[in-house]
Design a protein around this ligand. Sequence first.
Ligand code: SAM
Length: 467
Amino acid sequence: MPDQKLRAMPTAAGQLAIELPSALPSLALEPEWKAQARLWGHSLHPMCSYLASFPAALPHAFIARYTRPGDVVLDPFSGRGTAPLQATAEGRIGVGNDLNPLAHILTAAKLEPATPAEAKTRLTTLRLAWSADAASWDALGELVTARPGHPSALVPRAGSRGGADARDEPVPDEVALAFHPRTLGQLLLLRSQLRLDDRTDRFLAGALTGILHGKTPSYLSTVMPNTFSMAPRYVRTFVAEHGYVAPRRDAFDALAAKFERLYRQPVPTTPGVALHGDARTAGRRTRAALRARGLPDRARLVVTSPPYLRVLKYGYYNWLRTWLLGFDARTIDEELDDAHTREPYLAFMRDVLADLRPALTDDGIAVLVIGDVETDRGKPSREGLHLPERVWEEAAHPAGFRLAGIVRDEVAANRKMTRLWGEEAGQATKTDRILVLGASEAGRRRAIAAADLPIDWTWPPQRLRSI
Ligand SMILES: C[S@@+](CC[C@H](N)C(=O)[O-])C[C@H]1O[C@@H](n2cnc3c(N)ncnc32)[C@H](O)[C@@H]1O
């Protein structure tokens, strides 16, 4: 399809928005998720901040319309697990897959959560382990903050279950600078004791990553906001220039308070499955995992937001969290870093969709949230222009999907975002476009027929309200 000319459109707010004309049919589905409260959805969702996550209300709009309780809902790029968690909270079987190990831990923590009793008991055990050897862990925290990176300041590896005397690896300077020595000592104990292959420990680890840094008293370090990790160099400079002294925060108390927030609603009882791997094989791995658990092995709905075109460094922007979990941020980015430009991206999406289609029921529906990428790291880019159209033509259609239509995120279109290609006329916008596909003609018809069904936005539903 040739690139089409942009039209400047007046919006309801009286601004000029840039309209990207689309040759694709629109689907009559209102983006009502935009009107919901920021924290709409299950209380486990905000376990940990995650870049480019979508609000839980977005998958709800599709789960409620396109599935019934007991159906399987799959997200092959699950990030912090928003779509599959919302699915299990609504009585569907949620499956989430991601290649980023941090995303996998967060997804697994939400889909196979510890019960409140399990989490609290484990926390008590860890608190006792701390009390039994607080002097040694304190001394280690002091040593590391005084001489980070020094050969005498080695600490136990993440998950090794080693004591304060295990001398496995150094701590990066910027990690040591972020915490009070006492808090760091507690974190070193938690980091060595928590095993990511254990369901309860994984839940604690996920909750701990979520309170690691942020600006309010609930966080263990205030050196940076909770949304993402600032550059290590920024942390070093900030500490030096502002004489930053980390506040003394008790990691055990902070975790207990986090549990109170996470468990505001009962944990979902419907099974969920968290997979770790490349989205290009997510369909076949999902089927195998569901079969192994004796569950229906095809999804009625895929709802996902693929990683777009731009390079979002999920490892680098989470280096403090990846350190805590024992993952190497650089390795994560190397593994995720495979499709920056349009052609490889479309080939990647073709492979993903070809593998997904057999994992959908005959009347299955796939919902792909795709941004029109107008800038790449601040610079204007034409690479992303008409991306949804390209994904349809060059990835979804060849994989055998049928197009139900495209949903435009009109409210976002009214928001001032950036100037497009240096154009002075009007305020350009970034628009999320949502491709809705049928796995077959039956799926396409179902997607169109149910698009304007009214759905219930009450949350929590009666059965999830705390007594
Ligand atoms: C836009 S985010 C999804 C966010 C998610 N919707 C949420 O609410 O948290 C895209 C995700 O794709 C993942 N990703 C990137 N390349 C991948 C690949 N080849 N296979 C699987 N996941 C990948 C990233 O780790 C990231 O979590």
